[in-house]
Design a protein around this ligand. Structure first.
Ligand SMILES: NC(=O)c1ccc[n+]([C@@H]2O[C@H](COP(=O)([O-])OP(=O)(O)OC[C@H]3O[C@@H](n4cnc5c(N)ncnc54)[C@H](O)[C@@H]3O)[C@@H](O)[C@H]2O)c1
Length: 382
């Protein structure tokens, strides 16, 4: 099967690499010639480096599988197209409608969107049953997780086909309902937003929150370091999109602290400044390693994360197993949130949320009904 990829940016080039290494001929299309040239040069360098490191047998053989196109006509022989262009619904819809005319009747059309509705994208096609979400994580060649998202219109028979294919590509597929943020970008929101809230309230500074979440919580990166790493142009925009898509549910409310960074162009590591200053010689602030404060921070963020995962399960966004896989493989959490809930005890988690709810009187802290039910008799989900 020939695989077509639309958009040769960070994600498109990475997905094209994964497909080619898995043995497919790949047509990579971009409407920007210089982006295509950059992807071509980048793929050549990356694949040669992989060969040097002994991780790829023959880079030139893989490189020969690529063709680079400036027109969708080149997709005529493809069996699967994965779109990874700019995150705008109007543009994606126009591209899907155009691409559908260029491909065979049996070609599957997938979007790598992080936060847009797959159902809306599918609606742009005359055969929406062939459309689904295939959400890879950045960098696509290294991150194992792929969220498979059936749209309302998707032919259900295509889902096991997609799953099988992702397994062949060495990926770990999970199935997610077409709801805002799918699994990872929904369930992970409190990791960022509750950390910012703690900082905004002056309970602790960024360095202390990052220290608590890594040293006590066991996360690989603290929330502020991670947001700076992802970039506020990406992380803030996902938060805002998820918030709007959830009909302004306060649980997903973005913060002014992060919005202002975006407005200032302080995008994080890539611009040299974000929550932290990355200029040469700049000193990183030291955390206050107060264990009691650290534990308070971890409990609050973790309770919010567990609540989000529990609610996603309750609302059938994904199975319990897929929720655990998604958070450990997609954002490298030290353990699944449902397992964490069992280890902590649903009652302890509920108690934390209810005390926050009691203190703030904000809907943001409402506990999931499933968590409340689990807390009775301290039942375990996993
Ligand atoms: N970057 C991430 O961390 C990440 C992770 C998962 C999913 N995504 C999603 O993947 C998609 C692409 O993200 P990215 O980070 O690779 O973006 P990017 O800006 O690096 O690349 C997008 C590419 O698409 C091309 N493009 C734009 N409009 C086009 C059009 N109409 N026709 C053809 N090509 C067009 C651009 O020239 C560019 O090369 C987005 O939907 C994003 O939400 C991104």
């Amino acid at each position: 099967m020939i695989v077509g990829v639309i958009g040769s940016g960070a994600m498109g080039a990475g997905i094209a690499q994964v497909a080619a290494v898995a043995g497919h001929n790949v047509v990579l299309y971009d409407n920007n010639a210089s982006a295509l040239d950059k992807a071509k040069a980048g793929l050549t360098t990356t694949l040669r480096k992989l060969q040097e490191k002994g991780k790829l047998a023959n880079a030139d053989e893989v490189l020969q599988r690529f063709s680079f196109a400036d027109n969708v006509v080149a997709f005529s022989e493809c069996g699967l197209i994965i779109e990874a262009i700019v995150e705008r619904l109007d543009v994606k819809k126009a591209v899907f409608a155009e691409v559908e005319k260029a491909v065979s009747d049996t070609c599957i059309l997938a979007s790598n969107t992080s936060s847009l509705s797959i159902t809306s994208i599918a609606a742009a096609c005359s055969n929406p049953a062939r459309v689904m979400g295939l959400h890879f994580f950045n960098p696509a060649p290294l991150m194992a997780l792929v969220e498979i998202i059936p749209a309302v219109q998707t032919n259900p028979e295509l889902i096991p086909v997609a799953k099988e294919l992702m397994l062949k590509w060495g990926k770990t597929p999970v199935i997610a309902k077409d709801t805002p943020g799918f699994i990872v970008n929904r369930v992970a929101r409190p990791f960022y937003s509750e950390a910012i809230r703690i900082y905004e309230e002056g309970i602790a500074d960024m360095a202390t929150i990052d220290w608590a979440m890594t040293e006590i919580g066991g996360f690989k990166m603290g929330p502020f370091t991670l947001m700076d790493y992802i970039g506020h142009d990406v992380n803030y925009v996902v938060t805002e999109t998820v918030f709007q898509s959830f009909f302004y549910d306060p649980r997903y409310k973005p913060s002014f602290s992060q919005k202002r960074l975006l407005e200032a162009g302080w995008l994080g590591r890539k611009s040299g400044k974000g929550f932290y200053n990355y200029a040469a010689g700049a000193e990183m602030p030291a955390p206050n390693k107060d264990e009691v404060l650290g534990m308070e921070i971890v409990e609050r963020v973790l309770a919010m994360l567990i609540n989000e995962a529990t609610d996603a399960l309750y609302l059938n966004v994904a199975s319990a197993a897929d929720l655990e896989i998604a958070m450990t493989k997609g954002v490298n959490y030290p353990k699944g949130l449902l397992q964490w809930c069992s280890e902590w005890g649903a009652d302890r988690c509920l108690e934390k949320l209810d005390s926050l709810y009691h203190d703030y009187h904000e809907d943001r802290y409402r506990a999931s009904i499933l968590l409340r039910k689990q807390a009775i008799g301290n039942k375990k989900i996993v």
